[in-house]
Ligand binder design. Structure first.
Ligand SMILES: Cc1cc2nc3c(=O)[nH]c(=O)nc-3n(C[C@H](O)[C@H](O)[C@H](O)COP(=O)(O)OP(=O)(O)OC[C@H]3O[C@@H](n4cnc5c(N)ncnc54)[C@H](O)[C@@H]3O)c2cc1C
Ligand code: FES
Length: 339
């Protein structure tokens, strides 16, 4: 018997940015986030499946095994330097993990999830589904936020941004189906009207800031969803609606375009809104051929612009670089990564 196999739990030390240290115990193979939760700590996560990078941390001593994750979110060279994604990290021995936020950020209790029922599932474009879910208690959220959902019978949660206005019982999501994905498979095989799912409280820091300055929204694919909620909110306020807002929408092909009628309807309430589309292939009339982020270089940005980027990680990274090149301060760029 190896010395390690005789040990049932390992000591894990969590070092927080404010200097606070928490000592927890974890079983061999246990997820780091589960071990922390058992100790009353809620490590910060968004996707919870290695696709967004929110939970990145540094393993400064020992090592952690990692389940599947997106390598564009955590490049191999960062991994070699000890970077880990907490949500997919499994304990295999004693270790020390440095987290880039304060201990108080990991201590907040999250409200209990509520049950939701599928109202409708509609294929609205290639690989893209509009999912409507009915909940009992109206969901109040900041436009741009997301919830975690867990279909009945599934073990894992997935994150989706609300496209509807806050304060409603009918939630609208736009979901891109990916081959081999858990939620994507559930959408195809089980998501009929009445199917049940748990719906978390709203989460996330990618929400519309209440401020008088120009805005640039850049969406990749279903990364458009949070912007639809933001535009609805802007349309409710005449002063905000008159302020310059530019929306750049990027899709893989013309067949992937969706929600254009919704955007047109919003445009009638938003005199300050300008919309441009980009498509990598099968370009529709009036579309730029290429990426939405190419269009950032083509527009003149007021340096006071707040930039919001949402979509696949490479698009978000390219958009942030383009915004900084255009004279926007990095701290004025807000990002949400969907894989
Ligand atoms: C804050 C946030 C908000 C989001 N909002 C939206 C939204 O509004 N709309 C939207 O479309 N998406 C959104 N996403 C992304 C979404 O949460 C899911 O990641 C996405 O829908 C894929 O989920 P899935 O269960 O179908 O696929 P997953 O099961 O997560 O699989 C993803 C990919 O990884 C592959 N994979 C999985 N496990 C393995 C493995 N062990 N080995 C090899 N490959 C594997 C799958 O084949 C698939 O290609 C959001 C993400 C975040 C973080
Ligand atoms: S929360 Fe871990 S990568 Fe998204």
């Amino acid at each position: 018997m190896s010395p390690l196999s005789a040990v049932s739990t390992f000591p894990i030390t969590l070092l927080f940015a404010d200097g606070a240290t928490r000592a927890i115990e974890a079983g061999a193979g246990q997820k780091l986030t589960d071990a922390a939760e058992a100790a009353g700590l809620s490590l910060l996560t968004d996707c919870a499946n290695g696709q967004c990078g929110t939970c990145a941390a540094q393993c400064v001593s020992g090592s952690l095994a990692m389940d599947h994750y997106d390598r564009s979110v955590l490049p191999d060279e960062d991994r070699d330097d000890g970077a880990v994604l907490c949500c997919v990290s499994r304990v295999q021995g004693p270790c020390i993990v440095e987290l880039p936020y304060d201990a108080s950020d990991a201590s907040a209790d999250e409200p209990e999830p509520q049950m939701g029922r599928v109202h409708a599932v509609t294929q609205i474009a290639q690989d893209t589904v509009r999912l409507e879910v009915e909940v009992d208690d109206a969901l109040h959220f900041l436009p741009g936020q997301y919830v975690r959902v867990r279909p009945q019978g599934e073990a894992q949660w997935r994150s989706y941004s609300m496209a509807n206005a806050s304060g409603q019982t009918r939630l609208v999501f736009y979901v891109r189906r990916v081959a081999g994905g858990m939620f994507s498979r559930w959408l195809e095989t089980a998501a009929a009207p009445g199917a049940q799912m748990e719906v978390s409280a709203p989460r996330g820091s990618f929400f519309l800031r209440d401020e008088e300055r120009p805005r640039l929204f850049v969406a990749g694919g279903t990364g458009l969803a949070p912007f639809l909620a933001m535009l609805r909110r802007i349309g409710d306020d005449a002063t905000a609606a008159a302020a310059p807002t530019r929306l750049l929408v990027g899709v893989r092909s013309g067949a992937h375009l969706f929600a254009q009628e919704e955007i047109e309807a919003l445009r009638t309430r938003l005199p300050g809104l300008q919309v441009s589309y980009a498509s990598e292939e099968a370009v529709a009339d009036g579309c730029h051929q290429g990426f939405a982020t190419d269009l950032i270089d083509a527009v003149t940005l007021d340096p006071a612009t707040r930039v919001y980027l949402c979509g696949p990680p490479p698009m978000v990274d390219a958009g942030r670089d383009a915004a900084v090149r255009a004279g926007i301060r990095r701290s004025d760029v807000l990002c949400e990564r969907f894989a």
